[in-house]
Write a protein that binds this ligand. Structure first.
Ligand code: MG
Length: 157
């Protein structure tokens, strides 16, 4: 088995969509970034790449590359899954946590899990997405940004 961990942060700003786990969430602000800034999927991709010891998404999809401007992170996840298919490992499960003061994410969690499971090609029961606030503390608590962590387990085929 191989384990991988991912962490990502994006700043909340006006005039951007809030995309988390491929879900367009209605909110007055969105995450800033070169791609669609889907912080959850970015953490997940880094966890998969980490388990494979293949670096990170900054190396794979540089933010200096115009190809990735406004990129749909689910499509980037699909590319990371191709690397996984080329490896001697298969996806087992992922557990992710989003740290977000606002908006409330509970109504969107199932759709995020389903979107991610569809791209990876696994049952939704293997994809866990949780959300927490940080009790108004720090940058997520003050609503300045959203962070996400992901842990992934791969199994040898
Ligand atoms: Mg990112």
């Amino acid at each position: 088995m191989r384990i991988g961990h991912g962490y990502d942060v994006h700043r909340l700003t006006e005039g951007r969509k809030l995309i988390l786990g491929g879900v367009d969430i209605p909110f007055e602000k969105g995450l800033d970034g070169h791609s669609d800034a889907d912080v959850l999927v970015h953490a997940l991709m880094d966890a998969i790449l980490g388990a494979l010891a293949l670096g990170d998404i900054g190396k794979l999809f540089p933010d200096t590359d115009p190809e990735y401007k406004g990129a749909d992170s689910m499509k980037l996840l699909d590319k990371v899954c191709e690397l996984l298919e080329d490896s001697e490992y298969v996806f087992s499960n992922a557990d992710m946590t989003i740290c977000c003061q606002q908006p409330k994410l509970a109504p969107y969690i199932m759709e995020m899990r389903t979107n991610i499971a569809n791209v990876i090609g696994c049952d939704v029961s293997r994809i866990s997405v949780k959300a927490t606030t940080e009790e108004h503390l720090g940058f997520t608590g003050e609503g300045l940004g959203i962070s996400a962590t992901a842990v992934v387990l791969l199994e040898n085929v």
